[in-house]
Design a protein. Structure first.
Length: 155
């Protein structure tokens, strides 16, 4: 659910940064444990957490799924360069493909880079084939992930 309480931005203090670090490590940490970590009451920790949500610093809480455990053994990045006039159509196609778990519009020769997880190479081929009539693609298979998705650094 989208946060409708968003307020103007404010500077983050050391306690805010500790909350963000704790949530990055374990988004399911209890408010009581968060309070203990910060040396404050659970209610004070909950108030700070709500403030970070209101500021839009915390956009939501999510579970991290393991694609391989779900039977999606092949991960890849697809760089996409739409044909002239096809950018809106390609953006719509990308948004409608459940195999694509992430997609960013980028600068450079390509317009999009999409991350995809599928069960096998033939499934990856089907994803690419949906794009080929409207765009050039360049695909790189993920071999390993030495750095998994993590929270951005903040000072």
């Amino acid at each position: 659910m989208k946060n409708s309480r968003r307020i103007a931005s404010a500077a983050l203090d050391a306690a805010d940064r500790r909350i963000l670090g704790a949530l990055a490590d374990n988004a399911r940490i209890s408010q009581a444990d968060l309070g203990r970590l910060l040396g404050m009451s659970a209610q004070s920790a909950a108030d700070r957490l709500r403030r970070l949500e209101d500021l839009g610093v915390i956009a939501g809480f999510t579970a991290t799924l393991d694609p391989a455990a779900l039977g999606l053994a092949v991960g890849a990045y697809i760089r996409i360069r739409p044909a002239m006039g096809e950018l809106p159509r390609v953006a719509g196609l990308l948004a409608d493909m459940p195999e694509i778990v992430e997609c960013d519009r980028i600068t450079g020769d390509d317009c999009f880079i999409a991350k995809v997880f599928v069960a096998g190479i033939e499934d990856l081929e089907r994803v690419i084939d949906r794009l080929i009539p409207y765009a050039q693609t360049n695909t790189s298979i993920i071999q390993s992930s030495p750095v998994r998705r993590r929270a951005p650094g903040f000072s």
